[in-house]
Ligand binder design. Structure first.
Ligand code: PLP
Length: 391
């Protein structure tokens, strides 16, 4: 079997897709599925978007790669556009979310040097997920991603999510702390939306302590939650903001944005990436940003997400296993009172793709371009998946 040559890194479902269009995917047998996962929060603009395909093909015929030894016009243009949208000053481009967070963690180390701190620590959250590289899995608050990979990278202080007092306690006892790294909404951790004022409170603590506020918006960024970036719901501007997933709509591109003193920390020789920010990736990134803006997707994702949550609440009301429907924009979690690892396979039978995270949360990260009737269809199919499910 062809899969015998692949490392066993993933437990895959028994289906593969041959083509897509908008929010729909087709398998090899021609069967159609409504995509409630978007390649794990990636394809916000759906599949086979004509403007993205055109930009990719046009650039592919012109120039793919030249390296960061030289100027790259599309990289400069994408950086300027992201800075304008996020209120940031400079960007480092890479290829994934983990790499974007690695860059952020290196900024925290440089910030520490500037403060004369030799053994710096970054405050991170229980239940968080920041990636699979050694530093980012060490930062993540899930034993599952760490087990087997010890020794972990040092320099993290972990506190409960959505608990400002816990961060204040660290501030009182930890002169070595230099930054906070946090997801505005926990993604892999179960679609946990913090209390109103949480990010603002973190901003205040960081300002008072001279710490960097570093937001991991790898999953929440690029309109997923109904704003360009989730921090904009609270009008909070971080010192460092990381992106990937929706930025390339499936083309690998990540970014670490910074402002203020944090934007001036990196100097030639400190960091780099062979592929990061190449002409092809940045051309696609620019096309993604323009398509998101042209379709008014921040507002559209907010409206579609509200419709999706309301529809699910109504359709699942009284389900014996339902604990809660929650989320922000098109990031939706259905918390169940039993493990739901079997549901993604069961959902294939209903022609819908869903994801299970944090053990008992059915997660929906649909394309942001879902029309109202597709939102309603997603609700119907998800309800059918849960119909008669006993956990
Ligand atoms: N940060 C967050 C919040 C994520 O959700 C993810 C991936 O799910 C990552 C980082 C890691 O991104 P990547 O898989 O592109 O390295």
């Amino acid at each position: 079997m062809a899969q015998d040559c692949l490392m066993h890194t993933y437990a895959r479902l028994p289906v593969s897709f041959e083509k897509g269009s908008g929010a729909w995917l087709w398998d090899a047998g021609g069967r159609r599925y409504l995509d409630g996962v978007s390649g794990v929060g990636v394809c916000g603009l759906g599949h086979a978007h004509p403007a993205l395909a055109a930009a990719l093909c046009e650039q592919a015929g012109r120039l793919w790669h030249s390296s960061n030894l030289y100027g790259i016009a599309h990289q400069e243009a994408l950086a300027a556009r992201l800075c304008e949208l996020a209120g940031m000053a400079r960007v480092f481009f890479c290829n994934s979310g983990a790499e974007a967070n690695e860059a952020a963690l290196k900024l925290a180390r440089l910030h520490a040097r500037g403060r004369g701190v030799d053994e710096p620590a970054v405050v991170v959250m229980e239940g968080s997920f920041h990636g699979r590289t050694l530093a980012t899995l060490s930062a993540s608050g899930s034993r599952k991603v760490q087990a087997g990979f010890e020794p972990l990278v040092r320099g993290f202080k972990r506190v409960p999510y959505d608990d400002l007092d816990a961060v204040r306690r660290v501030a009182a006892h930890g002169p070595e702390v230099v930054a906070v790294l946090v997801e505005p909404v926990l993604g892999e951790g179960g679609v946990v939306v913090p209390s109103p004022g949480y990010l603002r409170g973190l901003r205040e603590i960081c300002d008072a302590q001279g710490w960097l506020l570093m937001l991991d918006e790898v999953q929440t960024g690029m309109c997923r939650t109904g704003r360009w970036f989730a921090c904009q719901h609270e009008d909070v501007r971080p010192d460092v903001l990381t992106l990937a997933k929706g930025l390339g709509n499936g083309f690998p591109v990540g970014a670490c944005l910074a402002r203020g003193a944090a934007a001036e920390l990196m100097q030639p020789g400190h960091h780099g990436s062979t592929f990061g920010g190449n002409p092809l990736a940045c051309r696609v990134g620019l096309a993604v940003v323009e398509a998101l803006a042209a379709a008014g997707l921040p507002a559209r994702a907010a409206a579609a997400g509200a419709r999706l949550r309301a529809g699910l609440e109504a359709a699942l009301a009284g389900h014996p296993r339902l604990r809660a429907v929650r989320g922000l924009g098109m990031m939706v979690g259905i918390e169940l009172d039993a493990p739901c690892g079997d549901l993604p396979a069961r959902a294939l039978g209903q022609g819908v793709l869903v994801n299970c995270t944090a053990g008992n949360v059915l997660r929906l990260l649909p394309p942001l371009v879902l029309e109202d009737d597709e939102v309603d269809e997603l609700v119907r199919r998800v309800a059918a998946v849960l119909d008669g499910w006993e956990g």
